[in-house]
Design a protein around this ligand. Structure first.
Ligand code: PEP
Ligand code: MN
Length: 364
């Protein structure tokens, strides 16, 4: 449930609500929406619900107490109607601008990374990606260069000005990865690694949470809830394909998940057509598709000589292919912006998809 304070509620009244929640062994989590403080009640409320609603509703400065009808609370649009906007260096994600995360699957050498970083930056990428710790299906495959790759990524950031994103595979790596990277990535295989989710929830870096390849949208949002409830509200969701009976493509890109997420959550959404398809020639059409259904951006793999790549050789784009993809997706994004941007401003597609808009929240 969440408590909506009256427009003029003062600090003492807000504290009164929070201490009542804490006194119940629950956690208050607040933010300001439309000039009002909204406080979520997080924890196992159980049978106390009716009594607690009544008690909180009777406190000074409280306008309404509203149940959240979904298992995810902090990630829900009901609690947080406005889109979450995430900032890292010059990159802004979720404000209606186009986010393009690009770079090699794995950092293989400084020269390979710098050449790719220069090429994608010149073509309009907004975030540089590169794997340092690689989750590989086979223990005999290239596992990544580790800390050496983190240093190269930090140097590539100096060179290009682009913030960097890289995967963190286990809780013990979180501090070192957060030291070098601007955005931490949790990969598909770790979407329900709850100790990792809580660990990335405790650092001051945005986290991009990739969808588990067998995860439902609800399981995915519950995984995001772990990160937010651990203290980190800056979560980005990345649809990267799910496993179905189809084997022609590496995974099946669930494009419907994008507008579904727009409706259910305020978090930014990125589409990864590289891991979704596993095939270079399918990346551009599905990047266009991702933007067309309202994603905030794409993540794609780019390599100076894809056929010689040490990982995911078949799906990495050449520099020319990346430039061609950019030339296609930028106008699609521009078109959708002008089509959907309404009085709600930069919320873009979300403005048409959110079931509980700001005005509706204010009416409760
Ligand atoms: C990656 O982006 O480097 C990666 C391994 O992706 P995923 O977790 O989606 O397979
Ligand atoms: Mn890859």
């Amino acid at each position: 449930m969440f408590v909506v304070m009256a427009p003029g509620a003062g600090e003492a009244e807000i504290l009164g609500v929070k201490s009542t929640i804490l006194g119940e062994g629950l956690t208050p989590y607040d933010h300001v929406a439309n000039g009002r403080t909204v406080i979520a009640v997080i924890g196992d409320i159980g049978a106390r619900r009716p009594a607690l609603i009544e008690r909180l509703g009777g406190l000074g400065g409280v306008a309404t107490v509203t149940p959240i009808n979904r298992p995810f609370k902090l990630a829900s649009r009901e609690f947080h109607p406005d889109d979450t906007v995430i900032r890292g260096l010059d990159a802004v994600i979720g404000d209606g601008s186009l986010t393009v995360m690009a770079g090699p699957c794995s950092v293989e050498s400084q020269a390979q990374l710098f050449a790719t970083a220069d090429a994608v930056a010149a073509a309009g990428a907004t975030v540089l990606r590169g794997g340092a710790f690689k989750p590989r299906t086979s223990p005999y495959s290239f596992q990544g260069l580790g800390v050496e790759a983190l240093r190269d990524l930090a140097d590539a950031r100096e060179r290009t000005g682009l913030p960097v994103i890289t995967e963190v595979m286990e809780p013990s790596q979180v501090d070192i990865v957060a030291e070098y990277a601007d955005i931490l990535q949790v990969g598909t295989r770790n979407m329900q690694n709850f100790s990792l989710l809580m660990a990335v929830g405790r650092v001051a870096r945005p986290v991009m949470l990739k969808r588990g390849f067998s995860a439902t949208v609800e399981e995915w949002l519950m995984a995001a809830e772990y990160i937010i409830s651990s203290g980190n509200p800056n979560v980005i969701l990345c649809e990267r394909g799910i496993r179905t009976f189809e084997t022609y493509t590496r995974n099946t890109l669930d494009l419907a998940a994008v507008p579904v997420l727009r409706r259910l959550t305020h978090l930014p959404v990125i589409v990864d057509p590289s891991h979704a398809t596993g095939k270079r020639w399918l990346v551009e059409p599905l990047a266009i598709g991702g933007i067309a259904v309202g994603a905030d951006g794409v993540m794609v793999e780019v390599h100076p000589d894809p056929d010689k790549a040490l990982s995911d050789a078949e799906q990495q784009l050449t520099f020319d292919q990346f430039r061609a993809m950019m030339a296609e997706i930028v106008p699609v994004h521009e078109h959708l912006r002008s089509t959907y941007a309404g009085p709600a401003g930069d919320a873009g597609l979300a403005a048409s998809g959110a079931p509980v808009g700001s005005a509706e929240l204010a009416r409760h």
